[in-house]
Ligand binder design. Structure first.
Ligand code: SAM
Length: 281
């Protein structure tokens, strides 16, 4: 288990070689968790210093975060996301990948698309992935979702993952997140060297069954670890430098640590940042 080192002065970020203005910072394994506004944190990173950014911003839908107020006037929210997207673009390497997870609500289904348009400006949308959280097949349901009580809306069982790149031509490792052939005769027939094919752009990633807030790391809006694991694997680079500017309870860096990659995460809330450090450790 990696040791946790905590500091409240500006530290060198070893793998990214940069001093970030911080409230507090933790070093765990190959990960740096910095309690700071993400725009300030990213301003301190060198240009093109990140290979993979996986993140999920607040959705402006009134989620009860500890510090952040998740209700802004819509245009102010989108303008702010535009600033964050430009900051990500600056720190991303030319062959880097920016995975943006956003979801809408029944009453505001366009917010996910609008947020992606704002953050993705200047990027090319290379892949558009649908994250399915829960699926009903026949009479059976697999996975979890928050039920809504409504005479007109269906429950919200999916979110989006936008895969942005600078050129739209970044080679990815489709088979790293691929699936075995159903019909094994296709392997020889189509000249494949191994039993693996692209699994496509619909990812069924259910949340784990939990019975307490603590099991969700006391954070109201985390994604499952399989999501950043898939994104980082799909980028296909050995030991990429990973960034999550909205770190929350640290899921992206837990994934980076599991994959042996160095990562940095920014989180404005000290409790969430501390929890992320503990979780990685
Ligand atoms: C949707 S949550 C991210 C959850 C994360 N993906 C996880 O799995 O735990 C968004 C997070 O962004 C944080 N946040 C909001 N504004 C921020 C800012 N300006 N700088 C850094 N963090 C911010 C919130 O406190 C919240 O924890």
């Amino acid at each position: 288990m990696p040791a946790i080192a905590e500091s409240n002065s500006a530290l060198r970020i070893a793998d990214l070689d940069v001093a970030v203005p911080i409230a507090r910072e933790w070093t765990v394994g190959r990960q740096r968790i910095v309690q700071v506004d993400c725009l300030e944190g990213m301003a301190a990173l060198p240009a093109a210093s990140i290979d993979v950014c996986v993140t999920s911003p607040p959705y402006n839908i009134g989620v009860a975060y500890k510090t952040y107020q998740d209700r802004m006037p819509r245009q102010a929210y989108l303008d702010w996301l535009g600033d964050v997207g430009r900051a990500i673009r600056r720190v991303l390497a030319p062959e880097g990948s920016f995975f943006l997870n956003v979801g809408g609500t029944a009453k505001d289904p366009w917010i996910a698309t609008d947020a992606a348009r704002a953050m993705g400006e200047g990027f090319v949308l290379q892949n558009h992935i649908t994250w399915v959280k829960s699926l009903s097949i026949g009479d059976d349901t697999v996975g979890h979702f928050k039920p809504i009580s409504s005479p007109r809306f269906l429950n919200q069982n999916h979110e989006a993952i936008f895969h942005f790149t600078k050129s739209g031509e970044v080679a990815i490792d489709r088979l790293a997140i691929g699936v075995p052939f159903k019909d094994k005769s296709n392997i020889a027939r189509w000249g494949h060297t191994r039993d693996r094919r692209c699994g496509g752009n619909v990812w069924f990633i259910p949340y784990e069954t939990v019975k307490s807030k603590a099991q969700k790391f006391d954070h109201p809006a985390g994604f499952p670890i399989a999501l950043p694991l898939r994104c980082i694997r799909m980028h296909g680079m050995a030991q990429p430098r990973v960034l999550d500017p909205f770190l929350g309870a640290g899921t992206t860096l837990v994934a980076a640590e599991q994959l042996g990659a160095a990562g940095i995460g920014f989180e404005m809330d000290g409790d969430y940042a501390e929890r992320a450090a503990t979780r990685i450790g």
